[in-house]
Design a protein around this ligand. Sequence first.
Ligand SMILES: *Cc1c(COP(=O)(O)O)cnc(C)c1O
Length: 354
Amino acid sequence: MTNISTTLVNSPKALPPSDQLGFGQYFTDHMFVAKYAEGKGWYEASIVPYGPISVDPGASVFHYGQALFEGMKAFRQQDGKVVFFRPEFNYHRLAEGAERMCLQAPPMELFMQGLHELTKVDERWVPHQPNTSLYIRPTLIGTEAFLGVRPSRETTFLILLSPAGSYFSEGAKPVKIWTEEKYLRAAPGGLGAVKAGANYASSLKAALEAKQKGYAQVLWLDVERLGIEEVGTMNVFFVFNNEIVTPALNGSILSGGTRDAIIQVLKKKNLPVVERRITITEVIERLAKGELKEAFGTGTAAVISPIGVIHYNEKDWAINDNETGPLSNELYKEITGIQSGAIKDSMGWITPLT
Ligand SMILES: *Cc1c(COP(=O)(O)O)cnc(C)c1O
């Protein structure tokens, strides 16, 4: 156990109304901070009042984008207890991403201890209303001040907490998506498979232009503008009459925890789920033939986001009459049921806050 020093706020904030949480708008009273320097190891692990941190303006994060994050959730179950959903998954993904980004990953023990102690301190912020959660944002940044281009020898590890309602303003209503043929999110050999801030920097312009055209999310294609990769910041599933397809992890797709959970649930139900390459032309051809029953995005923030319309080749193609399909509903209920405690966790996905 590391000794984590704790400095509590003098005046805790008023809790935001739980029906107006939205996503990522509020931060709790405290945050976790730990620092690493080569030759020194991890030091100054602390829980401090939430607020600005002091970072040298020459730090690599500002100039060369050495930044990586995670997104995970804690839930208040029906008995009032707080649980985390698959924190080990997020730890391992952070550690793998840190390796690619030449940042130092915290040891698993420090990550878990910081997570539990911080959440304990801010436990009153875990909302009680159904469909709400505490969104958790572990973050790694390169903080050595040095203008030569090489990996930072210092890393800062932060954990921020943000109470969350429903991710999309439309709620669980199906979204319209724009197939992006100009911009690219990630390419083979790049950063697509890690949760690097840089991927988001690369995706903002496409998302903005899609929004201006009336589409909520972007459907990302591969370098050939043919293979389907992801939808916005989510993984994507297509439900055909004889198979459920999600793009295989090809090195430029982010390996989502929700994607993994959905695949496991589908397998447990003996439904024919396949991870393979799938092209936009296959999707549109089978949609035209009536073989595509449902499509949805998956991610921690929204869990399941049904896709109602795909724009491709100057045409809007409706899926399931722009209604949420039965499988989307069933999977949403299954995953959120395990998270809320309404359904028994037979998967070992729930970790109680200690
Ligand atoms: C975070 C993220 C996802 C979803 O991952 P989850 O672990 O399910 O939240 C999918 N795609 C991208 C690009 C992401 O950043």
